[in-house]
Design a protein around this ligand. Sequence first.
Ligand code: DON
Length: 332
Amino acid sequence: MFESPLEDVPQRALTGDLPDEPQVARLLREAHARYAGLDEGTVADYIPALAEADSALFGLALVEADGTTHLAGDTAAPFTIQSISKAFVLALVLDAIGHEAVHRVVGVNNTGLPFNSVIALELNQGSPMNPMVNAGAIATTALLPGGWLAVHEGLSRFAGRSLELDERVLRSESETNHRNQGIADLLTSYGRLAGRPEEMVEVYTRQCSLRVTAEDLAVMSATLADGGLNPVTGEQVVTAEACRDTLAVLAACGMYELSGEWQFEIGLPAKSGVSGGIVAIAPGKGALGTFSPLLDRAGNSVRGQRACAHLSRSLGLNLFASAPRGKAHRDG
Ligand code: DON
């Protein structure tokens, strides 16, 4: 997953703040230039409409917690949000029904298995396990009071604009999502789905088919970095507690069975989608939204992962990094 070593990228000491604006802008441009020529990976094709994506597209956006925005490359190119929607629907559900209910009904532990696993349900007595795998996401969507309208309105508030449905991708996925329909039926058989399975899969498929850009992703996820306040519109979208809980789930489960490896290399809560998007959140600092449709075998964007690793290091974002306090005092 992370075979290109980054020893040549200076590791910034963790400060609690991002570098100044011109430096952030420069580092974003550098990361873009470094990976723009990388053409490893393949475009997802299990949803037929996604196979038509332009594999050359590559956009990097960073929105700071004060709303300052930095863009490099194809940050205005539209694509469907896919699994990244799971993060924002979880935040809305946490906001609506609270920490305890989500823990009890869905769960917060990694399955160690791929995102569309059916066997994970059987191995865990019908528990959806966490809101990031498809089973848990369908179960989470079913918990949101207000159904599709609430999903659409909520995700649009995160983005700061009314998001549109990509009808072609929606139709393509609806005609081929037998696996998700099977997962919803299985959840129902275990009494774990709060709604009719075909309706819940429909709402889930619609949420995945909302069109966003890399800049939208950065604004949406900067809201999670900013205690639920959208730093661009100034609107309080969800509570700070809902953001904290969402980021904990993203850290443990956002990159599926590769979440441990992601934390080891990058050290940030994150979420990927099969159309090529990634969000990575630095609480209190800001968030990255990346887009490049070429994916690795686990379904994560190759250029997006490399750019996140590079920027986590050069911007000093890794949550687990620290410098010896005594040494800083002695040196300072
Ligand atoms: O349910 C699905 O399979 C898609 N709508 C979303 C999957 C996805 O994005 C997985 N992410 N890496």
